[in-house]
Design a protein around this ligand. Structure first.
Ligand code: SF4
Length: 315
């Protein structure tokens, strides 16, 4: 499999593009995720022609608007340049299936970037960096996450699940759009979607049934919008347990009573928080090497991302 294209704040790759002439190298991005991800580094502040080192900029509340201005001299306003640069960057990151940004940046920060008053005092509110804000408006389905938040195992697993799902969606459906491809994708992703939202699982099922005979382009867009919105929701251990029991249903007929009891025991241990999700999923995958239909064996839920990343190893 070729590496998945990911856009990234350039300073996270160790490039010395920050206002202070330094970088914010991320070992996790560089040493771990790089086995699966191919990065496109973007530094919007350098992109609009600011030098490095450079005077720092910050977010400023001006009436109803949030502007990006030089900290010591509010007459320098680079908001429009940064938003324009997002438009210019779009063709370069068109193939990206995710974007990793850095926190607290008035250009790149995805959330909780401090906003100041015109007089320089904190405004007691936060916003997101204006460049990434524009990118997220232009490309609302693109998974975006802050590198700092990737330290949280739930957020990390959620982001990487979205990236792999989006990559497969683009490769298998968007590149060759057809009803057949949509049905195949949906069949494979049913249980992954169910883990994030039972309601969305039903909703997507109705969409794919397409009883209203809607046009394929419109249908695919709605499917993608719903899928990517739903996958953002963190799957709870309750919903994972529900999915595990559904999958167990496909094995019941073939498993010995002792094997069934063992599997139920492990699922219950997961439900009670005694073992991590990888434990019941590994046992299920073990049984699926011998039993079960092709339909259940092909479920993305069973291997949504590389095992080597150890993403389902948290309680
Ligand atoms: S603008 Fe973004 S990529 Fe450039 S230094 Fe700041 S945080 Fe890093």
């Amino acid at each position: 499999m070729s590496k998945i294209k990911i856009a990234i704040s350039s300073c996270l790759l160790g490039n010395k593009v920050r206002f202070d002439g330094g970088h914010k190298q991320s070992k996790y991005c560089l040493n771990v995720l790089s086995d699966w991800f191919e990065y496109t580094p973007v530094c919007p502040e350098m992109g609009i022609g600011l030098p490095t080192p450079r005077p720092p900029i910050h977010l400023v509340r001006v009436g109803d608007d949030i502007r990006v201005k030089k900290v010591d001299d509010h007459s320098l306003d680079v908001t429009d340049e940064l938003r324009d640069y997002a438009h210019k960057t779009m063709p370069r990151i068109q193939d990206a299936c995710g974007y990793i940004v850095i926190r607290n940046s008035p250009s790149c920060g995805m959330e909780r970037v401090k906003v100041y008053h015109e007089n320089g005092n904190p405004a007691g509110e936060s916003y997101r960096g204006v460049y990434i804000d524009e990118i997220m408006k232009l490309h609302p389905n693109l998974p975006v996450e802050e590198e700092g938040r990737l330290q949280d195992p739930k957020l990390r697993e959620n982001f990487i699940t979205r990236v792999f799902a989006y990559n497969e969606w683009k490769e298998s459906v968007v590149n060759e759009p057809s009803m057949k491809k949509l049905i195949e994708f949906h069949s494979r992703y049913k249980y992954l979607v169910m883990a994030h939202s039972y309601q969305a699982y039903k909703e997507l099922g109705r969409l794919v049934a397409n009883t209203e005979q809607r046009e394929i382009t419109e249908l695919l867009q709605e499917y993608e919008d719903t899928l990517m919105r739903i996958l953002k929701k963190i799957a709870s251990s309750k919903s994972h347990t529900n999915v595990l029991y559904h999958i167990l249903g496909y094995l019941k007929r073939d498993l010995t009573s002792a094997a069934k009891q063992e599997l139920v025991k492990v699922i219950e241990q997961y439900r009670k928080g005694l073992v991590t999700l990888v434990v019941p999923v590994t046992l299920i995958n073990h049984y699926l090497t011998q039993f079960g239909s092709d339909y259940i064996k092909q479920q993305a839920y069973l291997d949504p991302h590389p095992l080597e990343l150890g993403l389902r190893n948290y309680l």
